[in-house]
Design a protein around this ligand. Structure first.
Ligand code: GCU
Length: 598
């Protein structure tokens, strides 16, 4: 039954612009292209540009072979190296750890086309720019290292020996998103799954099925078809709830859907997912969807109408134990399992959209999610292509995860400097997000300032436009010593809920000393103890998200014997060892869980 489920995949014919991705690749008929791919490391992009730095018409994408003994071909995928996909290249070979540039990937495959079907190539993500070719033809380009994209190859695929070539370039650029400096490793490559996806000639292209904003019994959304037979009968079925509603798509293949539904609502205590079927005359899609309402009321965050406190933890998409980019369901289950063990009901996936397994497992495990795009630190606010790029990444993030009940907050940015150009830029992102999804809360991780040495003020002008305020502070680490937190008072200009989206300190696991000695577990523990007593005194605080669940690789952290190019602010080491501060946070969350109905 499941195998027949045809999931949708968004097509993006050449060039791949804003992705209208279909969530739910899981159930469609797919063929994985994961495994070893042939690769050519090309630091000077000789496979793309000629010696005049003009794009060459005869580049590596031709996958050429000498036809005569005199032919001059200066590359050969099939006798070159190989790398595993999915996977970043940096942790697969010592010589590539610091490599930033271009690597060409080649995968050969055969494929028998079936009547009345279409074929797409789907990438979970490629960091940072991917130029994709099939049989020498350019399919398109995708920019952005953390969101999926796909191309239709129905008319290009051949029965045997298809040559799929991807040029992946992770060079950092000032006008990119993120820009030149990040406190995370710039892992390059085909970092997530690659699949062939088969659909009917006219298929369910995209859909949005969630509770209407502020309602707990009205389902509101839409379905969009893609193909030649666009005007069709359509049914939405939720068998377990005995719901079957009929609609019809218009001449553009679009149908608005709206109906009453009394359903068990999704929550951390009861992460109820329903099997939802979208049945058309030519296609059938099944998805596991939870239904919950999320909103703010003054300084309260209401989940299903009831105030809730977000017991959170920040997570980078770094693989536990083996290091490198995380990409698998196992990675997700391990990381979210640790968050649960900490007592968390909420995770901030920093600072970019994580792989879909993280969102699906959060749905299943009942963990609420803050999802963010990498508008990080000082982006080129005045640059129109930077804005378009950020808007595109935002749209792709929302497109993939809009049917996940776990996602409660879309975050536009992290620690961006107050200023007019920045405000204008972020307001445009917020407009885009609200136009794509009116059901979730909008936020950003912002900064605060002192109005006097004892008073922290939160009054970022962006606060006007968000639903929930995120604030990062490092009292006791970058800002004074741990006990400084004891005397601080927090003020906020807005009557809105506050989530302290980052706080903490660093210590490599097993490094011990007294509570005032930097880099020791005792100092980190000391930071947390003072932090928590300060946080408990903030009346409008509705969530906490310590930085960070697990140590992660960072190019900004060279301190030998302590950091060794890792940020050691994890409550858990990258080998899964829990530090003393982990138990301070766990005790606080357990008390919260028992004392408050929140
Ligand atoms: C910043 C930033 C993180 C960074 C952290 C740190 O606030 O948002 O990306 O890793 O602080 O300095 O450890």
């Amino acid at each position: 039954m499941k195998a027949l489920l045809l999931l949708i995949v968004l097509i993006a014919v050449v060039p791949c612009v804003q992705g209208q991705l279909i969530a739910n690749i899981e159930g469609r008929k797919t063929i994985s292209l994961d495994g070893q791919w042939r690769t050519i490391i090309d630091p000077y992009e000789s496979g793309y540009y000629d010696y005049r730095y003009e794009p060459s018409t005869n580049g590596y994408f031709k996958d050429a072979k000498p036809r005569t003994k005199s032919d001059l071909i200066e590359y050969d995928f099939d006798t070159s190296g190989s790398l595993k996909v999915p996977g970043d290249w940096n942790t697969q070979e010592e010589r590539l750890l610091f490599y930033e540039g271009t690597i060409w990937y080649k995968k050969a495959f055969d494929y028998q086309r079936k009547e009345n079907t279409r074929l797409f190539i789907y990438f979970g993500a490629a960091n940072y720019i991917a130029d994709v070719y099939l049989n020498g033809q350019k399919l398109g380009r995708h920019e952005g290292g953390f969101t999926p994209f796909n191309f239709e190859i129905t008319d290009l695929v051949r029965d045997a020996n298809n040559s799929l070539i991807v040029k992946v370039d992770n060079k950092r650029r000032r006008d990119a998103v993120p820009t030149l400096i990040t406190d995370w490793w710039n892992y390059g490559g085909l970092t997530r799954e690659v699949k062939l996806v088969e659909t009917p000639a006219t298929f369910v292209h995209d859909y949005f099925i969630q509770l209407q904003k502020g309602s707990r019994d009205q389902i509101d959304g839409w379905v969009k078809l893609n193909g030649t037979k666009l005007a069709q009968k359509l049914a939405i079925r939720i068998p377990e709830a005995r719901i079957s509603k009929s609609f019809a798509t218009d001449a553009n293949g679009f149908a608005r859907i709206h109906f009453d539904a009394s359903l068990a609502l999704w929550s951390p205590d009861n992460p109820k997912l329903y099997e939802v079927a979208i049945q058309t005359e030519t296609d059938r899609v099944l998805d596991q969807i939870g239904f919950r309402s999320i909103e703010t009321k003054g300084t309260e965050i209401l989940l299903n109408g009831r105030p809730i406190f977000l017991r959170g933890i920040c997570i980078h998409e770094e693989a536990p134990f083996r290091g490198g980019r995380a990409y698998s369901r196992e990675d997700a289950v391990t990381l979210l399992g640790w968050a649960k063990e900490l007592g968390a009901n909420f995770v901030r996936l920093a600072h970019y959209p994580h792989n879909e397994f993280m969102l699906r497992e959060a749905d299943r495990m009942g963990i609420m999610v803050w999802s963010e795009i990498p508008v990080y630190w000082t982006i080129l606010w005045g640059n129109s292509s930077t804005l378009e790029n950020a808007q595109n990444q935002l749209s792709e993030m929302i497109a993939r995860d809009k049917n996940r009940a776990a996602v409660i907050i879309w975050s536009m940015a992290n620690e961006t400097p107050v200023g007019d150009a920045r405000l204008a830029f972020l307001k445009k992102l917020i407009e885009r997000a609200r136009s794509l999804d009116s059901t979730r809360m909008i936020s950003a991780a912002m900064e605060r300032h002192y109005v006097d040495d004892k008073t922290e003020m939160i009054d970022d002008p962006l606060g006007e436009y968000v639903d929930v305020f995120g604030c990062n502070e490092y009292v006791g680490w970058y800002d004074g010593l741990p006990e400084k937190a004891d005397g601080l008072t927090w003020k906020m200009k807005y009557q809105k809920p506050l989530i302290m989206t980052e706080f903490g300190g660093e210590a490599p696991y097993g490094n011990h000393g007294d509570a005032m000695t930097r880099w020791t577990e005792e100092y980190q523990e000391n930071v947390y103890q003072h932090q928590l007593s300060m946080l408990k005194r903030i009346p409008f605080l509705r969530g906490t998200c310590p930085w960070i669940l697990m140590d992660f690789r960072s190019p900004r952290r060279p301190l030998p014997g302590i950091q060794d190019f890792h940020n050691r602010k994890g409550l858990i080491s990258d080998h899964g060892e829990k530090k003393k501060a982990f138990y301070v946070m766990q005790k606080y969350y357990r008390e919260m869980a028992t004392t408050s109905s929140k």
